[in-house]
Design a binder for this molecule. Structure first.
Ligand code: FES
Length: 108
């Protein structure tokens, strides 16, 4: 699969997460406070919780259920109870649009 257009860059709020489904892959798209866009697996590895319903803080996305913070750069949980990483997908910005390839993980 090649990169899929997700949305316009302007549609993403700063420090907000947007859940998208690409095929059967649920992905959280996050624009951090520096304006960088990240794409990580949306499902918390501790439970069946959508990480995009959580909180963006710096370069982390926190699961609202039990507080594990996942790195937007590596997908690794930086705090318990989750201990398994979520995938991180490559994001490209072309002409002001955000593209993600769900088959192109850059960290697992
Ligand atoms: S379900 Fe996410 S930390 Fe428990």
């Amino acid at each position: 699969m090649s990169a899929i257009r997700i949305c316009a860059l302007d549609e993403l709020g700063q420090d907000e997460a947007l859940k998208v489904e690409v095929g059967d892959v649920a992905i959280a798209i996050v624009k951090d406070s520096s304006g960088t866009v990240h794409a990580i697996g949306d499902t918390c590895t501790h439970g069946d919780i959508s990480l995009s319903e959580g909180f963006v803080e710096g370069e982390t996305l926190e699961c609202w259920a039990h507080g594990s913070k996942f790195s937007l750069l590596t997908g690794k949980p930086l705090s318990l109870p989750a201990y398994e990483p979520v995938p991180v997908y490559r994001v490209t910005i072309v002409d002001g649009d955000v593209y993600v390839d769900p088959t192109d993980t850059i960290a697992v």
